[in-house]
Design a protein around this ligand. Structure first.
Ligand SMILES: *Cc1c(COP(=O)(O)O)cnc(C)c1O
Length: 386
C-alpha cells in the first residue's frame, strides 16, 4: 500500500488533507517524497515559529531530550520553571499553568474563572461571555465557548454556562452582563479560524472596561495570535488592555505540543494543590524548545514581523482578484474574488502552501521567513487570485 492509502485506511477520517506527503524541511521550505520543494506559508498552522527543523530550536530540544525527557510534575526540572519566569516577566502576569494544547489552555482558563467567581461571587456565577464566530477548541467545554453553531450540532449536550455576542456589539455585551451572572469575558483579539478578523480597538477596550466595572475576568485566547505572530509578543498588547488570564499554545512550543495559561494578579492564587493537573503538561523537552523560541522573539524580531506583514498588506491590497486583506503582522487573511480553496489549490500546484479560514486565504508563515521566499510566494498567490 502507498502511504496515502495507509493513512486513508487507518486514520480517523477527521481531516481533509492536501495531496502532499512531506518528508523533510528546513526553515520555510519543505520537500515531498518526489523531492519537490514547497514554500511553506502555513507554519504547521502557526506552530513552527522559526520554521521546520530550526537549528537553535533543534539544539535546545535535543540537548534536553538527552538529559531527561520527562519526569512528571512531582519533581523540579529547569525548563518549565525558566519558561514560566520568562512568560511572567515579559507580560506582567504572575503564574503559569502548562498543558499540551490550545484547547487545554482554555479549559484551564475556564476552570480558573469558574473557581474565582464561585468563591468571590457565589456558585451561581459561572457563565462566560464569548464572541460569535470565535474559536476556542474542540473539547466539549471549549466547543461550548466557541460561538459557531455548526461546531455544536453533533455533540449535544455541551457544557452549560456560555453566552455569545456579536463582535463589536458592546451594548449586547452590557445587556448580557445585566441578565446573566457572568464570571468572565473570553475573546480572541483576532478571530483566526473565524476568518482572520481583528476586533476593533474600541470594542476590546469597552469589554475590558465592562469587565473591570463588573469584576469579570478578562480572558484573552492567544493560542493563534500569541508568541510574536501579530508583531507584538501577545496580540492584546496591540489593544492597550491588561487581561486577567491569557491562554496560548500553537507557536509557543515551536513544533512540540505545549499550552500555557498565564494567570494575572487577581487569579494568581485561585488554583491550589490538586485543583488542576496534567501528566504531560510542562514537559521539559517541549519547554526547552519554547524557551529557545521565546528568547528569540525580541524587539528586533517583532519589528521584522511587522515589516513583513506590512509588505504582505501592500502587496495584496487592491491587487486584481483580491477583495480585502485582514490581520496583523504575519497573521494575514487575503479574501479573493474566487473561492479561497480554489486559490489555495492553485498555489499548491505552483509549490506554495497556504491555509484557508472561512472565505480567506490564510497565511501564517514562520516568523523568520526570509524576505526572498515571502516575495516568491506572494507572487504565486497574486497570480492565483487574478
Ligand atoms: C487552534 C486554536 C485553539 C485550539 O488549539 P488546539 O491546540 O487545537 O487544542 C484554540 N483557540 C484558538 C484561538 C485557536 O486558534
Amino acid at each position: 500500500m502507498e502511504l496515502k492509502q495507509i493513512d486513508q485506511a487507518y486514520l480517523a477520517n477527521t481531516y481533509v488533507k492536501f495531496p502532499v506527503e512531506v518528508v523533510s524541511g528546513k526553515g520555510s521550505e519543505v520537500w515531498d517524497e518526489t523531492g519537490r520543494r514547497y514554500i511553506d506559508l502555513t507554519g504547521g498552522v502557526g506552530v513552527t515559529s522559526f520554521g521546520v527543523a530550526d537549528d537553535a530550536w533543534l539544539q535546545a530540544v535535543t540537548a534536553q531530550l538527552g538529559r531527561v525527557q520527562h519526569m512528571s510534575n512531582l519533581y523540579y526540572t529547569a525548563p518549565p520553571a525558566l519558561l514560566a519566569r520568562q512568560l511572567c516577566t515579559r507580560t506582567g502576569m504572575k503564574r503559569v499553568f502548562f498543558s499540551n494544547s490550545g484547547g487545554e489552555a482554555n479549559e484551564c482558563a475556564i476552570k480558573v474563572a469558574r473557581k474565582y467567581a464561585a468563591e468571590k461571587k457565589g456558585a451561581d456565577c459561572f457563565t462566560i461571555l464569548t464572541l460569535q464566530n470565535g474559536f476556542h477548541g474542540r473539547t466539549i467545554t471549549t466547543l461550548a465557548a466557541t460561538g459557531q453553531d455548526h461546531y455544536h450540532e453533533l455533540f449535544q449536550p455541551l457544557t452549560p454556562g456560555f453566552v455569545h455576542v456579536r463582535a463589536g456589539d458592546l451594548d449586547g455585551a452590557r445587556a448580557l452582563a445585566r441578565t446573566h451572572r457572568l464570571a468572565a469575558i473570553m475573546i480572541e483579539c483576532i478571530q483566526g479560524e473565524g476568518g482572520v478578523v481583528p476586533l476593533e480597538r474600541e470594542f476590546v477596550q469597552g469589554l475590558a472596561a465592562l469587565a473591570a466595572q463588573e469584576d469579570l475576568l478578562l480572558i484573552v485566547d492567544e493560542v493563534q495570535t500569541g508568541n510574536g505572530r501579530t508583531g507584538a509578543l501577545y496580540a492584546y498588547m496591540n489593544y492597550g488592555v491588561r487581561p486577567d488570564i491569557v491562554s496560548t499554545a500553537k507557536g509557543l512550543g515551536g513544533g512540540l505540543p505545549l499550552g500555557a495559561t498565564l494567570l494575572g494578579e487577581k487569579v494568581e492564587s485561585t488554583l491550589g494543590p490538586g485543583d488542576h493537573g496534567s501528566t504531560f503538561g510542562g514537559n521539559p523537552v517541549c519547554c526547552a524548545g519554547a524557551l529557545s523560541v521565546l528568547e528569540r522573539i525580541d524587539d528586533a524580531l517583532l519589528a521584522d514581523v511587522r515589516a513583513k506583514g506590512d509588505y504582505l498588506f501592500r502587496t495584496f491590497t487592491g491587487a486584481p482578484g483580491v477583495e480585502a486583506v485582514t490581520g496583523m503582522g504575519l497573521m494575514v487573511g487575503v479574501k479573493p474574488v474566487k473561492p479561497a480553496a480554489e486559490v489555495v489549490r492553485a498555489c499548491l500546484e505552483q509549490g506554495v502552501l497556504c491555509l484557508t479560514a472561512k472565505d480567506k486565504v490564510r497565511l501564517l508563515p514562520a516568523l523568520n521567513i526570509p524576505m526572498e521566499l515571502l516575495e516568491q510566494a506572494a507572487a504565486v498567490i497574486l497570480a492565483a487570485c487574478a
